[in-house]
Design a protein around this ligand. Sequence first.
Ligand SMILES: Nc1ncnc2c1ncn2[C@@H]1O[C@H](COP(=O)(O)OP(=O)(O)OP(=O)(O)O)[C@@H](O)[C@H]1O
Ligand SMILES: [Mg+2]
Length: 369
Amino acid sequence: MTRPLLELKGVTRSFLAGEKDFIALKDINLTINAGEIVAIIGASGSGKSTLMNVLGCLDHASSGSYKVDGRETSAMDDHELAALRRDHFGFIFQRYHLLPHLSALHNVEMPAIYAGVGESQRHSRASDLLGRLGLDGHLQNRPSQLSGGQQQRVSIARALMNGGEVILADEPTGALDTTSGKEVMKILLELNAAGHTVIIVTHDEKVAANAKRIIEIQDGEILSDRVNLERPVDDPSAQGERPAKVKQASRLVAGLGLFSEAFNMAWVALISHRMRTLLTMLGIIIGITSVVSIVAIGEGAKRYVLKDIQAIGSNTIEIFRAPTGATVARPPSKPWCYPTSRPSASSTTSTAPRPMSAATCCCASRTSM
Ligand SMILES: Nc1ncnc2c1ncn2[C@@H]1O[C@H](COP(=O)(O)OP(=O)(O)OP(=O)(O)O)[C@@H](O)[C@H]1O
Ligand SMILES: [Mg+2]
């Protein structure tokens, strides 16, 4: 039975280009049923990737309605959209987008980590998927140790990890040679036969010829939407089957798993970029050492000055009032204390020490040190 899975009504997507809005998608009305295999074709810049991004909830429509399995997405927040992507979509990109420092197995496991699937289940499903895609002997290879076709198969396995009810493939064969491209297309056809909805964005007519429905886009508008008569019609009973989903762990187990995986990944990232890690650590060490040294030097200098002052013999300065015109004899223990306005020599009549006023003394106040 036909089940509408993705429904766009009056969808537009515009981007701010300078001071004007550029409309990349104009009033798109489109329904894709569960189990279909659809090719979206069009010239470069016609809006294929923009449409795919909206379909996969990687981007949002500027206006209009988009429903996934009956759920309206326009009012969803980022978390809800992320959950929708995780549960329904698997992505395949022209340039694979694999994490370079992780093994093929770990790359494939990645979506399941975010879905909170337990470690042993993740391992066995990822190795099983890679095995089915002919990568048995390459589970521990990093992307740089795999050919383009092998990397694309890893990315297909990753797209299937959480079930991949809808596989969105943007130019999946674009970076591959003819043989690898055919292999990848064969896998996508098999997945479609197994019940996955497959949407392929391509500018290659030969790739599009594999699909049963071809949608052509021009300048952000649907130019044509036709059934590919060269493809045999399926048994309708096979359509709309939901592919098997992975069983998710409880929230607590998922949270703990996510934390330990984040730690593991951070560690792997540090190990795999040794020089960068070393330089970063060196920078941090130099920074901390500089701060500690400056604080220590400041503290040492302060203590040194205080010690010097205390060595003079007293930590108290006493201030006395001096009568106007009197000469003040400085006590030897307080050589720094001068009257601020000295009387003239002619007016000096006495040499006896007299108290000074705060106003006439350089110390200006009674100070304790
Ligand atoms: N973020 C953006 N900001 C501004 N304009 C954008 C943005 N994304 C896409 N566009 C514009 O939207 C139009 C459609 O882009 P899109 O990437 O969908 O084209 P495409 O059909 O996938 O092309 P190609 O086959 O070359 O990949 C282009 O003119 C592009 O410049
Ligand atoms: Mg594109």
